[in-house]
Design a binder for this molecule. Structure first.
Ligand SMILES: NC(=O)c1ccc[n+]([C@@H]2O[C@H](COP(=O)([O-])OP(=O)(O)OC[C@H]3O[C@@H](n4cnc5c(N)ncnc54)[C@H](OP(=O)(O)O)[C@@H]3O)[C@@H](O)[C@H]2O)c1
Length: 230
């Protein structure tokens, strides 16, 4: 895909992978629509995007409320990247229904229904990317809600890919391992972010995936810390 004049919508653009990705997509020439809840962090991203000659739109939105997705019905995007995601740290024994539902709403329900809302306007050659996680395949104690949400997302991506083949819309599932972002601030423990995947690597990988010729599709990719699963 040629980036110039194309529009990329990135959820979770206010922090971590989504933030770095928004910058790299703007550097490549994509117009950016950045979605997240935190206004200050979105404004700070906008400032960092000023050096690129691209259009920037900020949308403050809580993705756990899909009734608010109606505002996207009239929007047309070429690239849709589902980056927003949350953890949840309880064993199954401790899990309460509120925590379970919150994780599923942000990590699974929102990507499904945001995709549904934007799909009618997506042309052949468009691309949808899901930020899954290696936690879809690897069990981590206390991460049950998160692991299961990412396994669901992997399944959704695989189904959607088959549903959209004829329409010429590509679907990629990217599954990182531990990545150096503020995500880890809420996780107890002494985490060495220098040993983790760097957001820049993921962002550059996605820009490269988007530049594949129309005959080729990167369906799934894992990117893991070189030091192994942390
Ligand atoms: N970091 C890792 O080790 C790692 C590994 C594998 C996969 N991933 C996945 O990569 C994605 C990005 O993670 P990250 O590490 O970059 O996390 P992060 O730094 O914590 O960023 C999460 C983003 O999601 C947004 N978000 C969370 N809840 C939201 C809601 N209800 N409505 C709208 N936006 C919401 C946050 O924005 P606001 O707070 O402004 O709303 C923020 O921009 C996630 O899907 C995560 O599961 C991360």
């Amino acid at each position: 895909m040629q980036a110039q004049g194309k529009k990329a919508l990135i959820t979770g653009a206010s922090s971590g992978i989504g933030r770095t990705l928004s910058i790299e997509l703007a550097r490549a020439g994509y117009n950016i629509c950045a979605v997240a809840r935190n206004k200050e962090r979105l404004e700070s991203l906008k400032k960092d995007l000023e050096e690129f000659s691209v259009q920037v739109e900020l949308i403050e939105l809580d993705l756990s409320n899909e009734r608010d997705f109606a505002q996207f019905e009239t929007m047309s995007v070429d690239v849709l990247i589902h980056c927003a995601g949350i953890g949840g740290l309880s064993t199954i024994k401790e899990m309460d229904i509120e925590e379970w539902e919150k994780v599923q709403r942000v990590n699974v329900t929102a990507p499904v229904f945001l995709t549904k809302t934007l799909l009618p306007s997506m042309q052949s050659g468009s691309h949808i990317i899901f930020l899954g996680s290696i936690a879809a395949k690897q069990a981590f104690p206390s991460w049950g809600a998160y692991c299961s949400s990412k396994a669901s997302l992997a399944s959704i991506a695989a189904v959607l890919r088959e549903e959209l083949r004829e329409q010429g819309v590509k679907v990629t599932l990217l599954q990182p391992g531990a990545t150096a972002t503020p995500f880890w601030e809420q996780v107890e423990g002494d985490w060495d972010q220098n040993r983790m995947v760097q957001t820049q690597s993921i962002a550059r990988l996605i820009v490269s995936i988007l530049s594949c010729d129309s005959q080729s599709s990167v369906d799934e990719l894992n990117i893991l810390p070189a030091a192994g699963i942390l």
